[in-house]
Design a protein around this ligand. Structure first.
Ligand SMILES: [Cu+2]
Length: 69
């Protein structure tokens, strides 16, 4: 199990938080997601054998936001 904090640009309200949480949780291998609107970040616990940071970034981008780290 691995943990990463993604910095996310473009979140403005609670809807964004829910949307990004869902986009990440829909990926295979994601165990837990905690998105913070105030910090502009998402803390993700995941299985690094099943999913990569690149896939997470793509899922966030597909949802209309950007991972900036
Ligand atoms: Cu929003």
């Amino acid at each position: 199990m691995a943990k990463i904090v993604l910095k996310i640009k473009g979140m403005s309200c609670q809807h964004c938080v829910v949307s990004i949480t869902k986009a990440l949780k829909d990926l295979k291998g994601i165990k837990d997601v905690k998105v913070s609107l105030e910090k502009g970040s998402a803390e993700v616990n995941y299985d690094d054998k099943l999913v990569t940071k690149t896939q997470m970034s793509e899922a966030v981008a597909d949802d209309g936001y950007a991972v900036i780290n």
